[in-house]
Design a protein around this ligand. Structure first.
Ligand SMILES: [Fe+2]
Ligand SMILES: [Fe+2]
Length: 328
């Protein structure tokens, strides 16, 4: 029932004071008073109900607002959750593909390492065959190559070179005279002073050696050694007349080891020099024929007995392979 309905109902009841000229029914005043009170009570109840209804409407409105807010927040949270899930999925995908790429790279690197190791083994095998071929032809050449290799490695270590470089210099030194395969034996074994023509044939072994070693990276140092091991620190060597540090470090080292071993070994045309005499000749060549810094290292090695030890070790292994041999 609305407020207006109540009002209408109250207004239809006549509660005005009675007309004094009209005869009065017994108890009419009491009835009128009661009616008045009833109307007042109804009015009060009505307005209280109205106030309650309005209060309720306000509370309801507020509640609705709060609920709406909650719903909006919930929607936002759901949206954020979805976004976070998508982001996490994307991230996981990225990590997965990154991991796969890394594994692929590691596999490729491993294959590369295996291939390069195989290439190195093949190269080293080739070198062993070369030494073997040289040894079969002339055993003194075999032991010469072994000693030169060990001297070169000892000098490299003495100079503080990295182990991988020391190893490379060592195996590459074995091929220093590989070009001599083209040099006629009568010139190689000549016991007289060589003519200019014969000497130019000898010089050719450096150029031939470099060519024979092809273009593979594995033989890069060996090519430099083959070409430059007869060059001199003062520029008076052959075949190119390079001087000082124009000559590769490997070739400068090999040059000393090669000459020292040639001097201290027996040849068909000469006896073996003593280690002291050989060392003196090397020291005398410092700054002229040889790099003085490498000579200093070489002298130190000799004083420490390293070269002597290498020489006897190579002789012992040669005796094991060829019992009764006295080849030096
Ligand atoms: Fe040579
Ligand atoms: Fe040699």
């Amino acid at each position: 029932m609305s407020n207006d309905d109540t009002k209408d109902m109250v207004e239809t009841v006549d509660v005005s004071p009675r007309d004094p000229d009209l005869p009065q029914a017994p108890g009419a005043d009491v009835f009128r008073q009661l009616l008045h009170q009833a109307v007042r009570v109804a009015d009060m109840a009505n307005s209280q109900a109205m106030r309650m209804a309005l209060d309720f409407a306000k509370v309801y409105e507020r509640e609705q607002g709060v609920r709406q807010q909650f719903e909006n927040q919930l929607k936002q949270m759901t949206l954020m959750e979805k976004q976070a899930t998508r982001y996490a999925e994307d991230l996981a995908g990225m990590l997965r593909s990154e991991r796969e790429r890394r594994q692929e790279l590691e596999r490729a690197l491993e294959q590369e390492r295996i291939a390069s190791e195989e290439l190195r083994r093949t190269g080293l095998q080739g070198i062993s065959h070369l030494v073997l071929a040289a040894t079969i032809k002339d055993r003194t050449t075999g032991t010469h190559l072994q000693r030169v290799r060990r001297y070169v490695e000892a000098i490299g270590e003495r100079l503080g070179l990295p182990a991988a470089l020391v190893e490379e210099f060592g195996y590459s030194s074995v091929m220093h005279d590989v070009g001599k395969i083209h040099t006629p034996d009568h010139i190689l074994q000549s016991e007289h002073v060589l003519s200019d023509d014969e000497f130019s044939v000898i010089k050719q072994h450096c150029i031939d050696g470099e060519k024979m070693l092809g273009t593979a990276r594995f033989f890069e140092t060996a090519r430099a050694i083959a070409r430059e091991h007869h060059e001199r620190w003062d520029g008076k060597g052959y075949p190119d007349g390079k001087k000082g540090e124009e000559i590769s470090l490997a070739a400068r080292i090999v040059s000393i080891a090669d000459v020292f071993d040639a001097l201290t070994s027996k040849r068909p045309y000469k006896e073996a020099w003593s280690a002291e005499a050989g060392l003196k000749a090397i020291e005398a060549g410092a700054g002229e024929r040889f790099d003085p810094e490498i000579v200093a290292g070489f002298v130190a090695l000799t004083k420490e007995g390293v070269l002597e030890r290498i020489s006897s070790e190579v002789a012992a292994s040669d005796d094991d392979e060829h019992p009764g041999s006295s080849a030096k």
